[in-house]
Design a protein around this ligand. Structure first.
Ligand code: GYE
Length: 325
């Protein structure tokens, strides 16, 4: 009888243990992995497509995504990261609005043992251990592509001198810094090119419009040969202004832009924009692959860039590969 009870107890214990083991198992199951994602805002079509890409990819991977949108405010991103730390998410993914000012909050994440993946934009820090990996475009190469297009166009036109106005993205953000630097490094040694102005359009269509008005007022409708915009949203704002002023976009003023959203690629096909440098917002699937590898204990490559190119009026624009997002 005693023996029977003892066996019964062992059985219950074993069942209990296996039950426990069963409960712990979801560690290997994606649904138990919580990803805290701080998106920086909704400033452009690129950003909106990027948010959708993250949401869909997390859903497909089966991760729980806690997303906070910071509406273009660094303080709100810092608050979001702190709330992810308090919640003890498994991984933090964030797209830093500007490069500086993250050391304190990322040190808090590190102390809490929560790995951080930078998505889309980089940070400036002395301590690379504050993030596990970066995934996003090579913005310097994008700027170079914009510059290389302009050199080729100037050659084709036999242009002697071109006056360039730049409408740049959010000051001190990675795409702003590197798209500017890559572009300048290609054109600055060439005496045919002068950058006559560089203004902040904050990646917003409305500001792109304001910038175009201001630039035309400042330099006159005949005073600008090229507008280089750091994103399509701002360039679409420029197009509105040029149309109103009866300046022919793509002809009277050469237009170079970055991103590759559908409206910009359609404008390129219509001869209203001359060059669209691609920057994919569809980073979600690759981010989720990194999260999966990270939570499986694998080492991640520190820097991950998607493959990108450019479309321009030198290309066969009827090719179905020429399409926007
Ligand atoms: O080009 C712009 C967006 O960081 C790559 O941010 C991103 C940029 C993109 O607002 O449209």
């Amino acid at each position: 009888m005693r023996r029977g009870i003892a066996l019964g107890l062992i059985l219950i214990l074993l069942l209990g243990l296996s039950g426990c083991a069963g409960k712990q198992e979801p560690a290997a199951d994606n649904a138990s992995i919580v990803v805290g994602f701080s998106q920086l805002g909704s400033e452009s079509s690129w950003r909106i497509a990027n948010t959708v890409s993250m949401e869909q990819a997390a859903k497909e991977a089966g991760f729980s995504l806690m997303m906070e949108n910071a509406n273009q405010k660094q303080e709100k991103q810092i608050d979001a990261i702190r709330s992810f730390i308090a919640y003890r998410v498994d991984v933090i993914v964030f797209s830093p609005i500007v490069e500086t000012g993250w050391d304190n909050v990322l040190t808090e994440a590190k102390q809490a043992g929560i790995p951080v993946i930078l998505m889309d934009r980089m940070i400036e820090t002395q301590d690379d251990s504050l993030y596990t990996a970066y995934i996003g475009a090579d913005f310097y190469a994008e700027g170079q592509r914009a510059g290389e297009y302009l050199v080729r166009k100037a050659d084709a036109l036999g242009a002697e001198h071109l006056r360039i106005a730049e409408i740049h993205g959010t000051t001190d953000s990675t795409p702003m810094r590197d798209r500017q630097k890559g572009f300048m490094d290609v054109i600055s040694g060439d005496p045919r090119f002068t950058v006559i102005d560089s203004v902040d359009g904050d990646f917003l269509r409305s500001k792109g419009e304001e910038c175009a008005q201001q630039l035309l007022k400042q330099h006159g409708t005949e005073g600008i040969d090229v507008i280089y915009s750091h994103n399509d949203s701002m360039m679409l704002g420029v197009l509105d202004v040029l149309d109103k002023k009866k300046i022919q976009p793509g002809k009277d003023i050469l237009l170079i832009t970055v991103d590759g959203e559908k409206d910009a690629v359609d404008a390129l096909k219509a001869g209203r924009i001359n060059c669209v440098v691609q920057c994919t917002p569809d980073l979600g699937p690759a981010v989720m692959d990194l999260v999966r590898d990270l939570t499986a204990g694998k080492e991640l490559p520190k820097v991950n860039h998607p493959d990108e190119g450019a479309f321009s009026d030198f290309d066969n624009l009827n090719d179905p590969a020429v399409e926007g997002f």
